[in-house]
Design a protein around this ligand. Structure first.
Ligand code: AMP
Length: 115
């Protein structure tokens, strides 16, 4: 069940970690899709949104709190940003450790669903 994100959280492989606490780790995406592209990851291994339990509700809230802090420290809170979570094949999920994308740094345009 462990993915590359667990290795990043444990600092077993390098990543540009910009935030970490006992519950959440955030690092820059290796293939950024916007000037600011950060992944916000629970330290607990939860594969997908489908695997979130009631007991995880506080942890999921901490992902949003981390997103808000990161937006502020990255200087994008005022202009705005987009938070996105992919789930499973049709959602385009590639890494099966729950993560929230934070995109910012330019006008992101409308949401586009590509065929
Ligand atoms: P998703 O498609 O939602 O599963 O997104 C996975 C994201 O993880 C992609 O945007 C990848 O570029 C990113 N990614 C994969 N490996 C790494 C890595 N080692 N360090 C940082 N980001 C990564």
């Amino acid at each position: 069940m462990a993915t590359i994100f667990t290795k990043i959280i444990r600092k077993e492989i390098p990543a540009d970690i910009i935030y970490q606490d006992d519950h959440v780790t955030a690092f820059r995406d290796i293939n950024p899709q916007a000037p600011v592209h950060v992944l916000i990851v629970p330290n607990k291994e939860i594969p997908t949104v489908n695997d979130i339990d009631v007991q995880d509700e506080e942890l999921v809230g901490k992902m949003f709190t981390a997103a808000k802090k990161i937006a502020a420290t990255e200087g994008v809170a005022e202009n705005g940003y987009r938070l996105l979570i992919n789930c499973n094949r049709d959602g385009g999920q590639e890494v099966f450790h729950l993560h929230m994308h934070l995109f910012a740094g330019r006008p992101l345009g409308p949401m586009i669903l590509r065929r």
